[in-house]
Design a protein around this ligand. Structure first.
Ligand SMILES: Cc1cc2ncn([C@H]3O[C@H](COP(=O)(O)O)[C@@H](O)[C@H]3O)c2cc1C
Ligand SMILES: O=C(O)c1cccnc1
Length: 338
């Protein structure tokens, strides 16, 4: 059942969140027992063991599988681009969507390499959100609509969901969401994005500080509407739908993690089924991961977005499950235990 099918407004959605499923502790414990019985010193596969147990907990199966990995890139445009915060022009968003559809972007190659089925959802690109320094970026109705569109694309049969985004200017949106959710100074959350120089970063920090001050105190879906964009809301919708269906999620870098920060402000446990594919070179990402208490799977100096780091981490997740399901136990292989 979709968590978004019956709700009529954001307050009702907030209330419905309490009914979302939790991790299956029994399946997780059984997976942990299996890890202890496999032909290796206990713990020697490090985080691969934890990843296998995490997948067991969310799939509710001691022998979790990835036969079908779904990847989705959500694209949106942002009114805050009027503040001169982005080096590239806004039309690059729609141009990159065409590139995704033609198979020419980095994410196309990375999904092929890791075996994920990619789809792209363009969210009203000809109608940017409002400039958040002037008012809320989105109305409550627009926010709910984008949440629904994010939820609707999730394939009930997917065994893992890889999420990415495309939206010129959205490194500024991400910094604003992170600053509003976790405090500090605006400059702590601002980075180069697609190549802003020192003056550009100072400009971004000033815009973020102004936007966050204008919407001070907003939390949850109100925060998402005030400072987010359609792709951020769609990412939240997809994360919630995946949770309702017990599908584990691989989030990409700084922009995807910041997109779901409004959910964290409602209840940190709403992100319990989410893994972080990689830590971005955007300096705010490490700080954000600290704030939400999650360790990235990879650290490769990347700062692209599109879901690129999440798609790469899918390869690690697949390897973790190959070991978990394919290795012999000490008893099966006749290897002496300690
Ligand atoms: C050609 C191109 C491809 C991209 N793919 C992802 N992004 C990334 O850069 C954007 C955020 O950076 P900023 O806030 O500086 O605009 C997002 O669209 C993000 O996905 C791209 C950006 C460009 C230019
Ligand atoms: O980490 C990210 O998500 C990111 C960083 C810079 C540009 N686009 C995306």
């Amino acid at each position: 059942m979709s968590i978004l099918s019956d709700v009529t407004d954001l307050a009702a959605l907030t209330e419905a969140l309490a009914g979302l499923p939790k991790a299956d502790a029994g399946a997780e414990a059984a997976a942990r027992d299996r890890q202890m019985s496999l032909t290796k010193p206990p713990g020697s596969l490090g985080r691969l063991e934890d990843l296998a147990c995490f997948m067991a907990a969310w799939q509710g199966d001691a022998r979790p599988r990835i036969n079908h990995a779904q990847a989705v890139v959500f694209a949106g445009n942002h009114g805050v681009c009027a503040q001169g915060v982005n080096p590239y022009p806004q039309e690059v968003t729609v141009q990159m969507v065409a590139n995704f559809e033609a198979g020419g972007a980095a994410i196309n190659q990375l999904c092929r390499a890791s075996g994920a089925d990619l789809s792209v959802v363009a969210l009203d690109l000809d109608r940017p959100t409002e400039d958040f320094t002037q008012g809320p970026a989105m109305s409550a109705a627009e926010t709910l609509d984008a949440l629904r569109r994010g939820a609707a694309v999730v394939d009930a049969n997917a065994q893992v969901l890889v999420l990415g985004e495309m939206g010129i200017g959205n490194s500024t949106v991400a910094a604003a969401l992170a600053h509003a959710a976790f405090g500090g100074a605006a400059a702590d959350w601002v980075g180069r994005g697609t190549g802003s120089d020192a003056a550009g970063r100072a400009r971004k920090a000033e815009v973020v500080a102004r936007g966050v001050a204008k919407h001070a105190g907003a939390l949850g879906f109100e925060l998402l509407a005030a400072l987010g964009g359609r792709e951020q809301a769609a990412l939240c919708g997809a994360v919630l739908e995946a949770r309702a269906r017990r599908i584990p999620v691989l989030l990409d870098g700084f922009i995807c993690t910041a997109a779901v920060a409004p959910l964290f402000t409602l209840d940190p446990a709403l992100l319990d089924h989410c893994l972080i594919g990689h830590v971005s070179a955007e300096p705010g990402h490490a700080k954000l991961l600290d704030a939400i208490g999650k360790a990235p799977i990879l650290s490769l100096g990347m700062a692209l977005g599109e879901g690129s780091g999440a798609a790469l981490a899918l390869g690690i997740l697949r390897a973790a499950l190959e070991c978990h399901n394919g290795m012999a136990t000490f008893a099966e292989a006749g290897v002496s235990d300690a």
